[in-house]
Every structure is written in structure tokens, then in C-alpha cells.
Design a protein around this ligand. Structure first.
Ligand SMILES: Nc1nc2c(c(=O)[nH]1)N[C@H]1C(S)=C(S)[C@@H](COP(=O)(O)OP(=O)(O)OC[C@H]3O[C@@H](n4cnc5c(=O)[nH]c(N)nc54)[C@H](O)[C@@H]3O)O[C@H]1N2
Ligand SMILES: Nc1nc2c(c(=O)[nH]1)N[C@H]1C(S)=C(S)[C@@H](COP(=O)(O)OP(=O)(O)OC[C@H]3O[C@@H](n4cnc5c(=O)[nH]c(N)nc54)[C@H](O)[C@@H]3O)O[C@H]1N2
Ligand code: SF4
Ligand SMILES: [Mo]
Length: 711
């Protein structure tokens, strides 16, 4: 550590996005006084964003949850009784054990939001040991579609290689400088661009990155599968592919070539709104550059077509010879760590694949977490069997699951709901028991384990937890001892950290000294043993399609008839640079910078609907309507609007569940149509209409901009 940084503790940022920046944290009297980026950071080289700098504010917030709470009145009434940890653990254990006795272990679901650290895997372990196959997660809209489609196609999850120079970098539905998706911190990408790497951005709005790019494609949200297929058409029709690689290492090339003939740029242009000439230009540029890397982002997963999109994008990487080469899309090599299966004790639940709720709905093999839409169906309709109890950690489903009204009904219908969070949320307010979690900076954790990017990060504790807060790992360890055979659990939960690191031959303390652990840099692993698919090749046509009832080739279906006159616009969203999903609206430093839910639209759109900057706007889809505040700007396509996602109002009364309905994007979404492979609903690209809500005539009353300091 440089001399001027003496007295600072080094750790890695977490829980403000996917985490990853190495931070230097200054502590006085068990309180964090300053946070800054670590110039030696492996992923960030000194960078630290506003969320990172303000992340300590959450630890000391006066309204933070500090003690276990048990509900006194009706659900959502806001009346709680403070109880001890032993009472809380005992009561949860009794409730879940009762459900298991009456309905079977599978009637208890274990729900996780965006994974934040080891707690995700300890939760799966608890479910497995308890005997429930049902771990519910938001993976249907995050990570699984890319990862599982990748594994089916080429035997691994092809991630971008920002650590080696690429000739062309494609940021496809990825706003990586603001979201730091999966730790792919934009700083590394930008360094390449500065050093001459060409940039192509495929983004439905003109982001700061799009402005820097040589090529910018602006697809209609939800049409990326059609765009990728149009690009494949050009590359195959014009013989621009890597013939050597295709010949030796792909399966089904002829089938794919014949199949994509129908997807001409002209046809795809009608669907994607991207000019045919630009589809051609982009395809040619991607094929000509070597190596070329695609950072493929999360919106590609957030619609019912996600399997086809992911398959088509991996096919592009493959036919252009960009798989597992430096500066391309690689199979990251993990350091030697405890395998995930061992960690979660998968051996104890051999029938999980058959028993989990979504097996009934014939989702793709390898999807191991229950899509929320099917969890809700089980609770509400008993399909395929009833679910009566749920444990939720690190998640706020009332805001983050599609179709919030149904989520509300689901939470109300559960016989027993326990929620672990750091703050009272609309979801926690509906629980029977609320547990106060310790969070980032308050306990020892390991970051990025199981994420598939080839490294893990040390997140040592720097201050003691507030009040009686416990780390989730500890809560789960104690619950495990109480409601499952105690021999699977530890005296001290930190033993889990040592277990993960043992195969690498280091202790947690040694790991903290190192800061991170990285796998070896090795490329073209397929040369030794082939690709890990049934044919040993990249399966452009899936050899297992029939067996699993999947489409062998990526298909572009585009059925947006509803767009017509009733719902003439398309609504989508992007992550806010200042918040994580629905989290942290209560952190004052962040709230001052983005005070309320803002819907962005083009000046022409605003003019057409008589809307001015700052007006309240009602956004309506077939499923529901919400109100947000208009911001007018050129960056948005005139036929699209960008609504804010994740908004609730922590300053409002708990009894009204903090105004959870008023501006919540997921009031607009539905789970009526789901992608067959992952059970994914459409979150992006939804037909909608808008109108200005006249001042003083507002049926959805309530302040939208309490601090009124929109930046
Ligand atoms: N319409 C729409 N819906 C979406 C998305 C979208 O783009 N549009 N995005 C989807 C995606 S990509 C994802 S990953 C999901 C995310 O879904 P969620 O993970 O449910 O999202 P958050 O709102 O961040 O909820 C996290 C909760 O964890 C709490 N928390 C923070 N730190 C800790 C901790 O250490 N311990 C505990 N126990 N709790 C903690 C926070 O206070 C917060 O209430 O949402 C999905 N839903
Ligand atoms: N600040 C912040 N960082 C985050 C998060 C957060 O909530 N806030 N969430 C974390 C999580 S869990 C995830 S999954 C990642 C997601 O991070 P990203 O993958 O970057 O996802 P988004 O920000 O949702 O969208 C990326 C870009 O896609 C564009 N876009 C929207 N719809 C479409 C579409 O249909 N097609 C195309 N081509 N472009 C579209 C948006 O304009 C946006 O610029 O971020 C992580 N990091
Ligand atoms: S970019 Fe992400 S990891 Fe880095 S400081 Fe900001 S929130 Fe933390
Ligand atoms: Mo996500």
C-alpha cells in the first residue's frame, strides 16, 4: 500500500452493483469516514463511483433495521415487536418445520435476489439440506439466459475479455461504465478505447458510450434476436466467417446458413428499426475485426426471446472465430476453489431436477433456480403443488418481480414469510418476521465466487455490524443448526470462507493480504479436449434439441401487433447509475442526486402528447399504469420511452407500503406470456401509451419528487 494510504483498510466494493472496485476505506472509532478507489485495483485502477463513495451511509442510517422484528398486527399494518435472535431463529424453524411436516419440504421456498456474496450459496445449501428443491431467484431475467444458453451452445459461458486488447469491442445492451455488470468495470473497457480499440454500441438509447462509438445501432427494445440473426445472415451470405474454425469446430453450420437466409437485413430492419445498411455495416465490421469482443448485457435476457438472442449472439462469436481467444469472448479459468456443487451439498438432494417447481413447466435443463413467475403460480394456484412458506434474503420482490400486483397477492397468501434485509422495504413490511442483516463492510465475505469470470475478490470486514445485525451467512448457519441436522453446519460461520479457499491452499487472512485470486490465463482450451458439448463442437444447431424440446436454431419471432393504435409507444428501462434496482432510495446522498422516478422521452414525443419537462406523466400498458415525471431529451428514440425502474418512497408510511404501486415499473409488466426456456417475462420493449396528468387533477396523488433535485 502506498505510504499516503497508511491507516486505510483495503477491501472490495459490493452490494451497490455487482461490485468489484478495490476500495481504500478510512475508519475512525469503528465508523467509516472516507472511501476512495484503490489505484492498484485489479479491475478499477483507482476508479470509484458515487454509489461506492456513499456506501457507508447505509450502515449508520437512523432507520436501518437493527433488531429482529415479529409482526404484531395484520400483515402490512406496520406493528412490530422486537424479539431476540434466539426467538427469531426458533420461530422460523418451527414454522418451516411445520410446513415440511404437513406439505413436504418443497412447500418452503428459499428466495434470493441479485446474489451479493457467499450468502447466495449458503442459502442454496440450506434449501438442499432442508430438502426443498425450490430456490427462487431472479436469474430468469439475469445471468441464466446468457450462461445456460452459452453452456448448451459451446460448453461454457462466453464472457468478454477486457484484460487483453481487442480490435473491436461491441457493447451490446450493456451500459458497462454505469452498471459494472458482473464486475466488468467500465474503466478497463475505456482504457482499451483510449488505446485505439474500435467501439460498437448496440443500445436503444444514445448513451455516453454510444456517443463515443464508431458504430451505434439503436434497436427497438426486445428485438435484439432479430438484429443478431440479420448480422448472421450478412456474415454467412458474404462469406465473411472464419472458415477454418467453422470447418473444424462447429456443428450444424450448413443448417444455420440455410436457416438465416430468410433473415435479410431489409426484413430485420422492419422489426428492429435499425437501417438495413447499418446492419450490414455492423456485421462486416464485426467479422473483419480480430479479435473482437462482445460485452453482452442484461436487457438481452429480459424478454421472452432471450434464448434465441443468446444463441444467435454466441453463434456470431463462434463463426467469426472469437471464442476463447485473447481479446475475444472467453471461458474464464477459475482459480482452484471448492466446487459449487460441493459447497451447496447438491449430493443431498438427488431428485432436485425433477422436483423443482419449474421442471413441471419444461424449462431448459441446467436452469436450477425457480423463475419467480412459476413460484407465484405455485403459491397462488398450487401448480404444480402448493408452496406455503418462504424465506427471502437480499431481495425486494414487490418491486423487482414482473407483475407487482400478483407478487402482492403471493406475499399475502403465504402462510409464513421471513425476510432478511437491512431496511424496512415494501416486501419486508408484508412479512411475519424481519431479520436485520449486517452488510458490506461489516463482515468477512468473498466476492464473485461462482460468477464465472475467473477471479474472486476479498471483502474483509472493516467495522462492526450496527445494533444486533448479523451477516446473512451467520443467520443461515444458525437456522441450519436449528431446522436441519446440525452436523452440516459450523460452530463459526466463517469456516465457510476457509472451505472455499482450502483447495487454493490459502487461509482467509492470506487471501485478504493478496486481495484477489485469479485463474490462470489460458486460451483455446478446446484444442485439447474439444468443446464440452455432446458433439465436442460449438453447436450452431443444438444436437440435444429434440431431447429437450428446444428449437435447434435461433429463431426470430416478432409479434408486436399490439403496438398499433392503442399502445403506440414502446417502454423500456435501464439501470440507474445511482441506485441498485429498488435499493437505497433511502440513502440521502444518493436521493439528493436523483430525487424521483423520471420517464425520459424525445422532444417530438413530448410535443405530440402535450407534455413538458417536469410534468407528471401516466404510463399505461395492457397490464397497468404508473406515474413518473417527464424529462425531455434527444437521446431517446421518438417511438420509445425510458421509464425509471425500482421506485418506492421510504419516506412515506409503512402502512401504505411506502407507495409501492405509484411509480413501480413492474406494475406495467405481466407474466401472462413467458419464454419457454427460462420462464422469463417481457421487461423490456413493452407497448404502452402516455398522457400528461394535469396538476391538481391527479388520481394518483403523492409526491414524486420529494427532494426535487433531479440532475
Ligand atoms: N422491470 C424490471 N424488473 C427487473 C429488472 C429490470 O431491469 N426491469 N432487473 C432484474 C434484475 S437484472 C435483477 S438482478 C433483479 C434484482 O432484484 P432484487 O435483488 O430483488 O433487487 P433489489 O431491489 O436490489 O433488492 C435487494 C434488497 O436487498 C437488500 N440488501 C442489501 N444488502 C443486503 C444484505 O447484505 N443482506 C440482506 N439480507 N439484504 C440486503 C436491499 O436493501 C434490498 O431491499 O430485478 C430484476 N427485475
Ligand atoms: N448502477 C447500477 N448498476 C447495476 C445495477 C443497478 O441496478 N444499478 N444492477 C446490476 C445488475 S443485477 C445487472 S443485471 C446489471 C445490468 O447492467 P446492464 O447489462 O448494463 O443493463 P441495463 O443498464 O439494464 O441496460 C444496458 C443498456 O441497454 C439499453 N437497453 C435497454 N433495453 C434494450 C434492448 O432491448 N436492447 C438493447 N440493445 N439495448 C437496450 C439501455 O439503454 C442501457 O443503456 O447491472 C448491475 N449493475
Ligand atoms: S462501480 Fe460498482 S463496484 Fe465500483 S465503486 Fe461503483 S458501485 Fe462500487
Ligand atoms: Mo441482474
Amino acid at each position: 500500500m502506498p505510504e499516503e494510504d497508511q491507516g486505510w483498510i483495503r477491501t472490495h466494493c459490493a452490494r451497490m452493483d455487482h461490485g468489484g472496485c478495490s476500495l481504500l476505506v478510512q475508519v475512525e472509532n469503528n465508523r467509516i469516514v472516507k472511501i476512495k478507489g484503490d489505484p492498484d485495483g485489479f479491475l478499477n485502477r483507482g476508479y470509484c463511483c458515487a454509489k461506492g463513495r456513499m456506501s457507508a451511509e447505509k450502515l449508520t442510517h437512523p432507520q436501518r433495521l437493527r433488531y429482529p422484528l415479529k409482526r404484531k398486527g395484520d400483515r402490512g399494518e406496520g406493528r412490530w415487536e422486537r424479539i431476540s435472535w434466539s426467538e427469531a431463529i426458533g420461530e422460523i424453524s418451527r414454522q418451516f418445520t411445520k410446513i415440511r411436516e404437513e406439505e413436504g419440504a418443497r412447500a418452503v421456498a428459499f428466495c434470493q435476489g441479485m446474489p451479493k456474496g457467499l450468502e447466495h450459496f449458503v442459502l442454496i445449501r440450506l434449501a438442499n439440506i432442508f430438502g426443498s428443491p425450490n430456490v427462487v431467484a431472479t436469474q430468469d431475467v439475469c445471468h441464466a439466459p446468457r450462461e445456460v444458453s452459452g453452456v448448451h451452445t459451446c460448453g461454457f459461458y462466453p464472457v468478454v475479455d477486457f484484460h487483453q486488447k481487442s480490435e473491436l469491442m461491441v457493447l451490446w445492451a450493456s451500459n458497462v461504465t454505469e452498471t459494472n455488470e458482473e464486475g466488468e468495470i467500465g474503466a478497463l473497457a475505456m482504457e482499451q478505447v483510449k488505446n485505439g480499440t474500435d467501439l460498437m454500441v448496440v443500445d436503444s438509447r444514445r448513451t455516453a458510450l454510444a456517443r463515443k462509438a464508431r458504430y451505434w445501432l439503436q434497436p427497438r427494445p426486445g428485438s435484439d434476436h432479430a438484429l443478431a440473426l440479420g448480422m448472421l445472415h450478412v456474415i454467412l451470405a458474404e462469406n465473411l466467417y472464419d472458415a477454418g474454425f467453422v470447418e473444424e469446430w462447429t456443428h450444424g453450420f450448413e443448417q444455420l446458413a440455410a436457416h438465416v437466409k430468410q433473415y435479410t437485413p431489409e426484413r430485420m430492419s422492419e422489426v428492429t428499426w435499425v437501417p438495413a445498411s447499418l446492419i450490414r455495416e455492423a456485421a462486416r465490421a464485426y467479422a473483419a475485426a480480430h479479435p473482437a469482443a462482445i460485452q453482452w448485457g442484461n436487457p438481452l435476457e429480459q424478454n421472452t426471446n432471450n434464448f434465441h438472442t443468446a444463441r444467435a449472439v454466441v453463434s456470431l462469436m463462434a463463426v467469426c472465430g472469437n471464442l476463447d481467444i485473447p481479446g475475444g469472448n472467453i471461458q474464464a479459468n477459475e482459480p482452484p476453489l471448492l466446487g459449487l456443487g460441493k459447497f451447496v451439498r447438491a449430493d443431498l438432494i438427488p431428485d432436485k431436477r425433477k422436483e423443482m417447481i419449474h421442471a413441471y413447466h419444461h424449462t431448459i435443463p441446467r436452469l436450477m433456480t425457480v423463475p419467480p413467475a412459476y413460484f407465484k403460480k405455485a403459491v397462488l394456484e398450487g401448480i404444480p403443488y402448493p408452496v406455503k412458506g418462504a424465506y427471502m434474503q437480499c431481495t425486494n420482490p414487490l418491486l423487482t418481480y414482473a407483475d407487482s400486483r400478483k407478487t402482492y397477492e403471493t406475499l399475502r397468501k403465504l402462510d409464513f414469510l421471513a425476510v432478511s434485509d437491512i431496511f424496512m422495504t415494501p416486501t419486508a413490511a408484508l412479512a411475519d418476521m424481519v431479520l436485520p442483516a449486517a452488510t458490506q463492510f461489516e463482515f468477512n465475505d468473498i466476492g464473485h465466487y461462482g460468477l464465472g469470470h475467473g477471479y474472486i475478490l476479498a471483502r474483509p470486514k472493516v467495522v462492526d455490524p450496527a445494533g444486533e445485525c448479523w451477516p446473512d451467512i451467520k443467520i443461515l448457519n444458525e437456522l441450519g443448526k436449528e431446522m436441519t441436522p446440525p452436523e452440516y453446519w459450523y460452530e463459526d460461520y466463517e469456516t465457510f470462507l476457509e472451505d472455499v479457499l482450502a483447495p487454493a491452499g490459502i487461509t482467509y487472512d492470506q487471501f485478504v493480504q493478496k486481495g484477489h485470486l485469479q485463474g490462470q490465463e489460458r486460451y483455446r482450451k478446446y484444442l485439447e479436449k474439444g468443446f464440452r458439448t455432446p458433439t465436442g463442437k460449438v453447436e450452431l444447431a443444438l444436437s440435444t434439441a429434440e431431447k429437450f424440446g428446444l428449437s435447434p436454431l435461433p429463431v426470430a419471432e416478432f409479434l408486436h401487433e399490439k403496438e398499433e393504435k392503442d399502445f403506440p409507444l414502446v417502454v423500456t428501462s435501464a439501470k440507474s447509475p445511482l441506485y441498485l434496482h429498488s435499493s437505497y432510495r433511502w440513502v440521502d446522498g444518493l436521493r439528493k442526486r436523483e430525487g424521483g422516478p423520471v420517464v425520459q422521452m424525445h422532444p417530438d414525443t413530448a410535443a405530440e402528447y402535450g407534455i413538458r419537462e417536469g410534468d407528471k406523466v401516466e404510463i399505461e400498458t395492457e397490464n397497468g399504469s404508473i406515474v413518473q415525471v417527464a424529462r425531455v431529451l434527444e437521446e431517446i428514440h421518438p417511438r420509445m420511452i425510458y421509464a425509471a425502474y425500482g421506485w418506492w418512497f421510504p419516506e412515506e408510511p409503512e402502512q401504505g407500503l411506502y407507495g409501492w404501486e405509484r411509480s413501480n415499473f413492474n406494475m406495467l409488466t405481466t407474466t401472462k406470456a413467458l419464454g419457454r426456456e427460462f420462464g422469463t417475462p417481457d421487461l423490456k420493449g413493452i407497448p404502452c401509451r402516455i398522457r400528461s396528468v394535469p396538476a391538481g387533477n391527479d388520481e394518483k396523488e403523492g409526491a414524486l419528487l420529494p427532494n426535487n433535485e433531479v440532475e
